[in-house]
Design a protein around this ligand. Structure first.
Ligand code: FES
Length: 166
């Protein structure tokens, strides 16, 4: 399960390439992608190509459709796609990248479907300065996003996500 919001699709694209290059090693694969508006949808031709594959579920949604933009697809935040995705929760690994609030709510939806926290990975990319664990600019609780992440298994970062002041 790959869930991307906005430009979060860019860092997850190599994951999709990796999976497609070794397709036989994976079971069902779903890509859920949400953009703010039709004009913000990244890699449109690639999404179309992937959507044409029988071995990959691709669902794209936009938050809203501004006047003058054409869109015949789903409208709503990306989390609304999780309920209709085709996967076996017990065997699912989910990779999520997007705005923090989108990742939080995606995790909530995945947990509702029965995906274990240990199977969920989120990208905590933040503004970084030194990127070598020296300046502390990216600190999140006791972890350095630059050095220890930026991708974290959800259960390892979750205790700090619930702290308001972090
Ligand atoms: S960016 Fe300096 S410690 Fe992470």
């Amino acid at each position: 399960m790959i869930v991307a919001g906005g430009i979060g699709l860019a860092p997850l694209r190599p994951v999709i390439y990796h999976v497609l290059a070794r397709r036989e090693k994976y079971g069902r694969v779903s890509l859920l992608y949400g953009a703010r508006a039709p004009g913000d949808v990244l890699y449109q031709s690639e999404l179309e190509k992937w959507r044409g594959r029988f071995d990959l579920q691709v669902e794209v949604t936009v938050d809203n459709v501004p006047m003058g933009q054409n869109w015949r697809g789903h409208v709503g935040v990306v989390t609304t796609l999780v309920g209709g995705a085709d996967f076996d929760p017990a065997r699912t690994v989910a990779m999520i990248c997007g705005p923090e609030v989108m990742m939080r709510f995606t995790v909530v939806e995945l947990r509702k479907r029965g995906v274990h926290e240990e199977g969920i990975f989120i990208s905590m990319e933040r503004n970084m300065k030194c990127a070598i664990g020296f300046c502390g600019h990216c600190m999140f609780g006791p972890t350095f996003i630059c050095k220890d992440g930026p991708v974290f298994r959800f259960d390892r970062i979750n205790p700090w996500l619930s702290k308001r002041e972090i």
